[in-house]
Design a protein around this ligand. Structure first.
Ligand code: ADP
Length: 170
């Protein structure tokens, strides 16, 4: 059975799903935006769990386009899947790197036998990715294969980003 795709307005940190996806950075030691909100809601144990993720090069725990999983601690979500989207540069490689962040997160959820996964608009905040373009990338990754999940949910904070994702998924 195919995963159901839903698009909602709301706060990612409050989602009752198996995992929420964090729009993290390569260091994985917290930041602003949704990353900061997830760390505040999950509690200080999340930072310790992130620190324990091995570095693959100095200061890099999760290269752009890859994903790592930790427990969710005080979140309703049992897990946090941390991924790193690209900083928007207006280059053709942006879309492939953003697609890789979505795809790596979905793959990690499937590998861990999770059923429900909630995404924010990765790269659409501080990283400057136009929401309409990011939404098209997200929709294309979701339709790449029959993901072995029950629900893939996109949780968007602002009306304009919600509208972009809602129209791309239909
Ligand atoms: P990035 O650095 O990848 O651009 P940001 O966290 O700056 O990540 O922004 C990504 C998106 O997440 C933006 O659209 C921002 O408005 C949104 N966002 C921020 N906080 C939350 C939250 N609590 N729930 C859902 N989305 C959020």
């Amino acid at each position: 059975m195919s995963a159901s795709i839903s698009v909602v307005r709301g706060d990612l940190t409050q989602q009752d799903v198996d995992a929420v996806v964090n729009a993290a950075n390569e260091r994985m030691l917290g930041g602003g935006g949704v990353d900061g909100a997830i760390h505040r809601a999950a509690g200080p144990e999340l930072l310790e769990a992130c620190r324990a993720v091995p570095e693959v090069s100095p200061g890099v725990r999760c290269p752009t386009g890859e994903a790592r999983i930790t427990p969710g601690f005080r979140l309703k979500a049992r897990y946090v899947i941390h991924t790193v989207g690209p900083v928007y540069a207006g280059r053709s490689s942006d879309a492939e790197r953003l697609a890789s962040a979505f795809r790596s997160s979905l793959q990690l959820a499937v590998e861990n036998s999770l059923q429900t996964l909630a995404f924010p608009a990765i790269s659409c905040g501080v990283y400057g990715y136009p929401a309409d373009e990011a939404a098209v990338v997200a929709a294309s990754v979701v339709s790449e294969q029959d993901w072995d999940l029950v629900e893939i949910r996109f949780v968007l904070f602002s009306d304009s980003v919600y509208d972009a994702f809602d129209s791309a998924m239909h």
